[in-house]
Design a protein around this ligand. Structure first.
Ligand code: NBP
Length: 474
């Protein structure tokens, strides 16, 4: 081979193939390797034919094709395959070479791999890539973290490949070790929250308004003028799609059993670990758990019957207005929870995250892109100590304008027996943070009563205990 390749992609499934084509399209020579050679052969002879793509059949051949220091993007299944691939690459690499893990690796695995590779002189970048198949091909949002010198040496390629907005390419160095994969995990958590909020609104439209999917399309299109959100946009398209076999709306023939790969659950778990409430994100995860228990739901629904009451009469026009406002608060709350979790994680793990940069690189290319991201950048730019975006002046104003709609919607719909796990969680999020007084004084009293755990007082410093019962006389 006369000229070596600028970069190599290891793993040529959906994401790897599209990323190869995107990198090549950006003017780079790309090498590719896949464990199953037939996949490589097919890709090389079809989609990558006549491109600056060089297919390797052996791992050593792949490594040998690359300019030094070598830059290798792993696009293999997250988990053990990443460890196996690194193990087989290590004897072939030299000090200073760069491995970029572009999959959805769990951030603690990234920390471990970063440390192990650092000892061997290999530079590691744990890099979240969002945007699915389309994003990988046309410009994803890229969230790298880890070895900063490795980032600087790959920055040009990543910038050329990423989505672009007026504010620049949707990629930025986010911080040390697992910062990139952590941000990607939270991105996916926010995605879970927004998806569930939208799904519950769809559920109300079909069960309470009794609209058919095509009748909902214009509503989501109209609402999306404000959000410019990818997830709302695709919802309108989904509702409009007909099943070619049955000629009924495709959404009506899709089984209500949602799958998940783990990133939402990790985000919810991280909320618990760090003591940061993420109820809307957690609701997104819980709703998928309920959905997965389809057999149980069928049995219980048959035994319980319809546990609902008449919904108060409301015009479709009035309900539409409430749904619009509820959608707004639900979406903003999902972002607020995720960004708040990132703030806490930045302190806990010393990531030193710049939330202006995070909001900027989510502006395009990724699944949670929307017009709101620009407002978040302004909010963090105006006040770098902002404790939560819900109190940034512009966002606070918008929440106040819309929260009444969410509140009315929840109280109106609850009698119908329609689960509103995420919508009611979003409302609780705003209400709990806006409550100067919570009933936790009762919790403290109970804890002190049964366990002598002590409590603090409102009128003076210190810890106190009350002898609630005279145990000697019991
Ligand atoms: P998959 O996650 O489906 O993984 C398939 C790839 O992993 C194939 O190339 C497969 O090779 C390879 N692989 C496996 Br499985 N075990 C291996 C091993 N032991 N050694 C070497 N290679 C191995 O692919 P994907 O959907 O393209 O996603 C790639 C990464 O990007 C994942 O981490 C995913 O979570 C993440 N991601 C995916 C999306 C999406 O929309 N799909 C979006 C964002 C991020 P084989 O052909 O030999 O089996």
């Amino acid at each position: 081979m006369e000229q070596k390749c600028d970069i190599g992609v290891l793993g040529l499934a959906v994401m790897g193939q599209n990323l190869v084509l995107n990198i090549e399209q950006s003017g780079y020579r790309v090498a590719g390797y896949n464990r199953t050679t037939s996949v490589t052969e097919e890709f090389a002879s079809k989609r990558a034919q006549n491109k600056n793509f060089y297919a390797a059949r052996e791992l050593s051949e792949f490594v040998d094709m690359l300019k030094k220091p070598r830059k290798i993007i792993l696009m293999v299944k997250a988990g053990n395959p990443v460890d196996l691939v690194i193990e087989s690459l290590l004897p072939l690499l030299e000090e200073g070479d760069i491995i970029i893990d572009g999959g959805n690796s769990f951030f603690k695995d990234t920390d471990r791999r970063y440390e192990e590779l650092q000892k061997k002189g290999i530079r590691y970048l744990g890099t979240g890539i969002s945007g699915g198949e389309y994003g990988a091909l046309h410009g994803p949002s890229i969230m790298p973290g880890g070895d900063e010198s490795a980032y600087r040496e790959t920055e040009n390629i990543l910038q050329d490949v990423a989505a672009h907005t007026e504010n620049g390419p949707c990629v930025a160095y986010l911080g040390p070790r697992s910062a990139g994969h952590y941000v990607k995990m939270v991105h996916n958590g926010i995605e879970y929250g927004i998806m569930e909020i939208i799904s519950e609104i769809y559920d109300i439209l079909r069960k309470v308004s009794e609209l058919r999917p095509p009748e909902m399309v214009s509503l989501f299109e109209e609402w999306n003028k404000e959000h410019q959100a990818y997830l709302v946009e695709i919802t309108a398209e989904i509702l409009d799609r007909e099943d070619p076999e049955t000629k009924s709306p495709l959404i009506d023939v899709i089984l209500d059993r949602a799958k998940q790969k783990g990133t939402g659950k990790w985000s919810a778990r991280e909320g618990l670990n760090l003591g940061i409430p993420v109820p809307t994100i957690s609701a997104g995860v819980k709703a998928r758990f309920f959905s997965a228990l389809k057999d149980e739901r069928i049995t219980i629904s048959k035994k319980m019957g319809q546990v609902s009451e008449e919904v108060r009469e409301i015009s479709q026009h009035e309900l539409t207005e409430l749904l619009k406002e509820a959608l707004f608060v639900g979406i903003i709350t999902s972002y607020a929870e995720g960004l708040n979790l990132l703030q806490a994680a930045s302190d806990e793990y010393d990531y030193n995250l710049d939330l202006v940069a995070v909001s900027r690189i989510w502006e395009d290319g990724c699944i949670i892109r929307s017009a709101h991201l620009e407002k978040f950048q302004q909010a963090f730019n105006q006040n770098e100590d902002l404790i939560n975006i819900i109190i940034a002046p512009q966002i606070k104003k918008e929440i106040k304008e819309n929260i009444g709609g969410l509140r009315k919607l929840v109280s109106l719909i609850k009698p119908a027996g329609v689960p509103l796990i995420a919508l009611s969680s979003a409302l609780d999020y705003i209400d709990s943070f806006s409550a100067e007084k919570t009933p936790a004084n009762m919790i403290q009293a109970q804890r002190d009563y049964f366990g002598a755990h002590t409590y603090e007082r409102v009128d003076r410093e210190g810890t106190f205990h009350t002898e609630w019962q005279d145990i000697h006389n019991i």
